[in-house]
Design a protein around this ligand. Structure first.
Ligand SMILES: Cc1ncc(C[n+]2csc(CCO)c2C)c(N)n1
Length: 215
């Protein structure tokens, strides 16, 4: 079994909880209250900048030049491409401010930044993988199961269910598998721990948006 298969198995129950969350189910049906989506978008805007910085640090620390380049490109993508989506959504939904990082987002970005800077680079790569992979699975899940043809959140869904995004996700998984294969069993365990922690933080990011949790 590859490291990524093992890692995904270890979060399967959590992934099941994610697709059952009211935030995700209502996003799928287009019934998610706009105030909750606005909160999510504003937090995600802040998240993306920090996430992009964490990816760039991982790129700088990667041993192979191809992996370094891939992570630098992911970092650029997080800031440029996703920001464009957010800015147009902000216009459409009338949100003018990004605001402060609320607890769930704050915790998640600082976990990623400290892991990117201070943990072995393999562990850092594993910590950012749920961000790619869970979004891909959730995007595909919503796309396949949605009923209404008139969903105000369709662009969000299409972004993560699309083939362009799938290419990045496959690449991120493949890099993690190759660094996992080249390292020790105990490092692979640390990678899995980081993968699980970041997956939990993805859950809390949506959960806090649904409950509008502020400081
Ligand atoms: C909390 C949170 N987690 C993951 C993503 C998805 N995402 C953000 S950047 C990126 C990769 C580079 O484009 C991906 C997959 C998100 N938007 N917000």
């Amino acid at each position: 079994m590859t490291w990524s298969e093992h890692a995904w198995r270890s979060i399967e129950p959590l992934y099941g909880s994610i697709i059952g969350m009211p935030f995700i189910m209502e996003l799928q049906e287009g019934t998610l209250p706009i105030v909750k989506f606005r909160f999510y978008m504003a937090q995600d805007w802040g998240y993306l900048e920090h996430f992009g910085r964490a990816l760039a640090v991982i790129g700088a620390r990667a041993a192979g030049i191809d992996d370094a380049l891939a992570f630098m490109r992911f970092g650029e993508g997080a800031i440029v491409v996703e920001n464009a989506l957010h800015e147009s959504y902000f216009r459409d939904f009338g949100v003018t401010e990004r605001g402060v990082l609320e607890p769930a987002c704050h915790h998640y970005v600082h976990y990623l930044k400290s892991t990117a800077a201070l943990e072995p680079v393999e562990v850092a790569m594993a910590a950012v993988l749920p961000c790619f992979w869970i979004y891909k699975e959730v995007g595909d899940h919503i796309y396949t199961n949605q009923k209404s043809g008139n969903n105000p959140y369709q662009r969000w869904i299409d972004t993560y269910a699309g083939e362009d995004f799938a290419v990045s996700v496959r690449q991120a998984i493949q890099i993690c598998d190759s660094v996992a294969e080249a390292t020790t069993g105990s490092m692979r365990e640390r990678m899995t721990e980081a993968f699980i922690t970041a997956s939990r933080l993805e859950y809390h990011f949506w959960d806090s948006a649904y409950r509008l949790v502020r400081w």
